[in-house]
Write a protein that binds this ligand. Sequence first.
Ligand code: G6P
Length: 374
Amino acid sequence: EQIMKGNYDHFMQKEIHEQPESLTTTMRGRLISGDSSKAKGVLLGGLKDHLKTIRRSRRIVFIGCGTSYNAALAARPFMEELSGVPVTMEIASDLLDREGPIYREDTVVFVSQSGETADTLQALKYAKKNGALCVGITNTVGSAIARETDCGVHINAGCEIGVASTKAYTSQIVVMTMVALALGDDTISSQARREATLDGLLDLPNKVREVLKLNDELKSLAKLLMCEQSLLVFGRGCNYATALEGALKVKEVALMHSEGILAGEMKHGPLALVDETLPIIVIATHDACFRKQQSVIQQLHARKGRLIVICSKGDTSLVCTGGSCRVIEVPQVVDCLQPVINIVPLQLLAYHLTVLRGFNVDQPRNLAKSVTTQ
Ligand code: G6P
């Protein structure tokens, strides 16, 4: 086992740190080079014969559980923007509980690291029965979900052993970003956006390498927070998913109560929790929601909230510098890929909190890597 962990103490730690390589593998052979060294498009072999049908569908439905659901949520805005098809989200168990509507004209995308999660597989059987086109996005070749879907894309992140998913999450976002690019048309109006995203994909492993250098900073933050009872994470837009996923990491491995909150809902309840003691992480990197997040920070600051802000490198516009506020600066990338960067400090925080609190990092109590019973 130690040989497999290499120079790392835990699989989760190894898997967090190998993300530059796993992302490179996910993209390998799928970005088509143009004239210069720049990529010009994407090629997804497992989807190419179905792109027309997907473009014509009435809606795209993303289905998953846990981290895989969060990855789909992160990719949703860009998928809607480029495909022009409405994208709805379903937690697999909830769709089954409701026997929610799935139609023949729907494309249903099943996202699963293991490809074996019982609820997701059951939802797949349900969608098939209703005649929808079923697409699989999994990390496991030959898995039940990979086998039973009509078409799909493997994320090729490599074997993930830590129960808490890390590298599969970032690779899932990258795959769904590539699917959105494949679905999008070549209109002049979307060309700049497509090129910026393709450039962003090519440079993403370097940017992840950069953000991993924050390891010691996150370790010192973990020391500060290790005795806390609770932690909130605020995000919105593409980074609503980051808030949910960051909170999930802290909850599942560090066994600390943690909640991801949609910042737009702050006034409808969460604000009542704000005081000088409860740590609140706010994700406020530059994107279309940035001004709104600035205002959230101002309001939390005015109520003496104990803030930890994840912001774009060099951002001097935030009100909360100094005092008890801590700032974590991350590299800025194109908005749809920013969730890949922003989750890394939260993965590192969850990891260090777990080690400091003395819990089992790779096999948290009561949890399983693959939940094959309903
Ligand atoms: C379990 C794992 C999670 C994972 C979820 C969905 O709860 O502990 O890490 O996100 O299942 O698994 P899947 O293999 O379908 O992505």
